[in-house]
Design a protein around this ligand. Structure first.
Ligand SMILES: *Cc1c(COP(=O)(O)O)cnc(C)c1O
Length: 368
């Protein structure tokens, strides 16, 4: 593999295939697989990821917002795309681009039906989301009668799926809570099917749900983080491969004497001689200020180099006093060994936040 000569996010599509196959191996043959590609495919590249997974015959995609789905359609993605968090102002675009909205309260249900009718749609596919304990988005079980009455009085839309979202599927200390969410979902689904007279697709598991609650896979599962290589536990991480590696180079090396400072606000002051390396990556690239002041680190020639001082917009400085290195050497910010999850932990956050923060300024390179 070529050494990085600038800041790059390397995306290994073979690792994506491995993760997809591993997660699929946890499912029954007839359980559908929805790939979550919101937020630029968790910071990688939604279009490349979706194209690759479409070729592997994934059943469904999901994005958070309508414009993310529009971008996928414009790039030629033809599989169904669920929009998890549509807003009423997006409804015309949703129909124009054949995206499928999650409808989560009476207001959006009514307004979507109105727009679908105005656009002369019949049986337009929609997804009804129920709140079973996350208390974020979704109808409550008491809304059932109102939803069914509304749906029975229109032919503009048809329910393709009903779903819910688990609040703590990765946390086995919350198993009782999760099992209760699953039971609540089952009851809602039964009542819904009885009232409406047909059976939509049922789904509630995210990645950790797939791994920890096989009894709750229902007809489809929705995986995001697992596809990108993280299983939210040491045990599950072993079976998955992080698909993205963030690499950069050393732009300049400085020799700093005792009492000198490094970076803005003179946040780092040397207690003795230090050697520092300046790297072309900063908070505008997704390495937030919380990684500064020796919280986070990078890997240079196999050794950890702590980030010193404040993270700048376009640069960080790292301590390389004990590392044999020179200007132009490759630097690993995270990869499959020194993972994004490990780096995220140094700043008290999670892999999800770090990987989705890598900004669009960073060049993406694909390994096929
Ligand atoms: C983001 C999201 C997912 C994916 O969750 P992972 O933990 O990344 O697998 C699934 N369902 C919903 C509703 C989401 O918002």
């Amino acid at each position: 593999m070529l050494k990085a000569q600038e800041t790059v996010l390397e995306i290994d599509l073979n690792a994506l295939k491995h993760n997809f196959k591993h997660l699929k191996s946890k499912l029954n043959n007839n359980t559908k697989f929805l790939a979550v590609v919101k937020a630029f495919g968790y910071g990688s590249d939604a279009i490349e990821i979706a194209k690759y997974l479409q070729n592997l015959n994934v059943d469904y995609f999901a994005v958070a917002y309508a414009n993310e789905g529009v971008d996928l359609r414009k790039a030629g993605i033809s599989k169904p795309i669920l929009v998890l968090h549509p807003l009423t102002s997006n409804f015309k675009a949703i129909i124009e681009y054949c995206l499928e909205p999650s409808l989560y309260n009476i207001k959006v249900l009514n307004e979507f039906i109105e727009v679908a009718a105005k656009e002369n749609q019949t049986n337009y596919p929609v997804h009804i989301k129920f709140n079973t304990g996350l208390n974020r988005l979704g109808f409550n079980k008491n809304d059932l009668d109102q939803i069914v009455t509304k749906l029975k009085n229109t032919s503009s839309v048809k329910v393709k799926s009903i779903f819910s979202h688990l609040a703590a599927s990765e946390d086995l200390d919350e198993k009782a809570f999760t099992l209760n969410q699953i039971e609540t979902f089952k009851t809602i689904a039964q009542n819904f099917i009885e009232a409406i007279g047909y059976k939509p697709i049922l789904h509630t598991c995210n990645t950790s749900g797939i791994l920890n609650y096989p009894e709750a896979h229902f007809d489809m599962v929705r995986s995001g983080i697992g596809l990108y290589g993280f299983g939210n536990s040491e045990k599950e991480n072993k079976n998955l491969k992080p698909i993205a590696s963030l690499k950069t180079v050393i732009s300049q090396i400085h020799k700093i004497d005792r009492g000198e400072s490094v970076g803005y606000n003179r946040a780092y002051k040397s207690a003795g001689f230090v050697k520092t390396a300046t790297l072309p990556i900063g908070h505008a690239d997704g390495i937030g200020r919380q990684y500064g002041n020796e919280k986070g680190y990078v890997i240079i020639n196999g050794k950890q180099a702590p980030i010193i001082g404040n993270v700048c917009m376009d640069m960080i400085m790292v301590n390389v006093t004990d590392i044999d290195c020179k200007e132009g050497d490759e630097v690993i910010v995270f990869d499959t060994i020194s993972t994004a999850e490990n780096l995220a932990q140094t700043a008290g956050t999670i892999s999800y936040e770090l990987i989705t923060s890598i900004s669009q300024r960073v060049k993406r390179i694909f390994l096929r």
